[in-house]
Design a binder for this molecule. Structure first.
Ligand code: ARG
Length: 459
């Protein structure tokens, strides 16, 4: 038997395979709350504009609440034959309130309906991502404040470069995650326009009030072009783009935690609550959460690329291809929220191993730049020459199997006779970090100032 919603011109119902490829209810049932909110706003507007009687509008809006409570209570029988969430809800509404249910779809299409539902859903996810980032940043600020003057090695090429502070390293991620927050917030502003009332593609001849529905659903305004309203999924792509960049940041930090928690580094100890063991090796404590966060970028970025590919060849306006937007965004959002929460938990719980950080900070000739800078400042050498002198001293220390502060003054003078005893003052790592007072530098006072600035900004 043919479909009750559009069966008028059909003699036969769909093949089972047709039904299987066409149906989206298995996943778009996640839009139920948004779908019902959109329908209730639409029904209220239809009454306010005199398109629907108050009695019918009220029956529809109350019936929709009944349907919502059935869905939320797990008492709703979803039907694949009814294709998607929109038709599932409407069909059930008909069972609950009877004839007036058929009037709800006046001046509306599933095309503007789904675009509205999905925008509402993505908007909520943006708010959730911002909240998750906020919590993660709070955890990083706590780490940074505690360790504003703990020294650790700073790396380039993962080779010892110059000493930095633990707080400075944590604050680098605060900056990145704060920009992620900004990207989500920017996307939210752009996407917060309402497609409802665009109808199938051309608008409608009914005297609807699109400003009213837009306002009821918390949008800033209705979308200005009905073709655009039902056609584009750029808002979902912006969400996925922001999510991909955020996941990339999470992944880099996760990679550092994997390295730092190894027996070779021992920079941090992850809590038992955010580690796992091995079924065969009794000594193991594995950073699985960090590894999985590192892996999540793959599926989040994958979703971004997949949806871009779905959209790139579609002529205006709606094509069924666009039904493939949801699973990608659902999966990416779920995994982003999980990754943010897991990272927050790990950061909150982890313990920095101060002695190991300090020992590592002092190794690898990390203050060679400080020595070269001293040669420039105290002896007036051109930086290039100071660089060469210092390199020669590093080679000498390497031959002697010691670090720069372990060289004797005689060793130093053998390379440059002008070197004086005070040079040893600049070779200590604490001195080194304390001297990096340029704005944004690693000096503890700079770090504390940045912590205070962010605390004030985030309230
Ligand atoms: N389930 C559909 C989707 O997600 C709803 C829109 C269907 N519209 C249509 N003209 N077939 O895109």
């Amino acid at each position: 038997q043919s479909n009750a919603m559009w069966g008028g011109r059909f003699a036969a119902g769909p093949d089972a395979i047709m039904e299987a490829i066409n149906a989206s209810i298995s996943f778009d049932k996640r839009l139920a709350a948004q779908d019902i909110a959109g329908s209730r706003a639409h029904a209220a507007m239809l009454a306010a504009t005199g398109i629907l009687s108050d009695t019918d509008s009220r029956a529809i809006r109350e019936g929709l609440l009944t349907v919502l409570s059935e869905i939320e209570g797990g008492r709703f029988a979803f039907s694949t034959a009814l294709e998607d969430i929109h038709m599932n809800v409407e069909a059930r509404l008909k069972e609950v309130i009877g004839e007036p249910a058929g009037r709800l779809h006046t001046a509306r299409s599933r095309n503007d309906q789904v675009a509205t539902d999905f925008r509402l859903w993505v908007r909520d996810q943006i708010d959730a991502a911002v909240a998750g980032l906020r919590a993660l940043i709070a955890a990083l600020l706590a780490q940074a404040e505690a360790g504003a003057d703990w020294v650790m090695p700073g790396f380039t090429h993962l080779q010892t470069a110059q000493p930095v502070t633990w707080g400075h390293h944590m604050m680098a991620y605060v900056e990145m995650f704060a920009r992620d927050m900004g990207r989500f917030a920017d996307a939210r502003v752009r996407m917060n326009e309402c497609p409802l009332g665009a109808a199938a593609l051309a608008g409608t001849s009914f005297p609807i009030d699109r400003h009213m529905t837009a306002e009821a659903l918390g949008f800033d305004r209705p979308m200005a072009n009905s073709l655009d309203a039902v056609s584009d999924r750029d808002f979902a792509l912006e969400f996925l783009g922001a999510a991909s960049i955020c996941a990339m940041h999470l992944s880099r930090f996760a990679e550092e935690l994997v390295i730092w928690s190894s027996a070779q580094f021992r920079f941090v100890t992850l809590s038992d609550r955010f580690s796992t063991g091995s079924s065969i090796m009794p000594q193991k404590k594995n950073p699985d959460a960090a590894e999985l966060i590192r892996a999540k970028i793959g599926r989040i970025m994958g979703a971004n690329v997949a949806l871009m590919m779905v959209m790139k060849g579609l002529p205006l306006a709606y094509s069924k291809d666009m039904q493939e937007d949801k699973e990608q965004v659902f999966d990416a959002a779920d995994n982003l929220m999980l990754a943010l929460a897991a990272m927050e938990g790990m950061v909150r719980d982890m313990t920095a191993n101060r002695p190991a950080l300090a020992a590592a900070a002092a190794s690898g000739f990390s203050t060679a730049t400080d020595l070269a800078d001293w040669l420039v400042r105290a002896l007036g050498l051109p930086f290039r020459e100071a660089h060469h002198v210092t390199g020669t001293l590093v080679a000498l220390a390497e031959r002697k199997g010691c670090d720069l502060p372990d060289l004797t003054l005689a060793d130093m003078r053998s390379v440059h006779p002008g070197i004086r005893d005070e040079v040893f003052g600049v070779l200590g790592v604490h001195n080194s970090v304390a001297s990096r007072v340029s704005y944004g530098g690693t000096a503890p006072d700079q770090v504390r100032a940045q912590v205070a600035r962010w605390k004030e900004r985030l309230g």
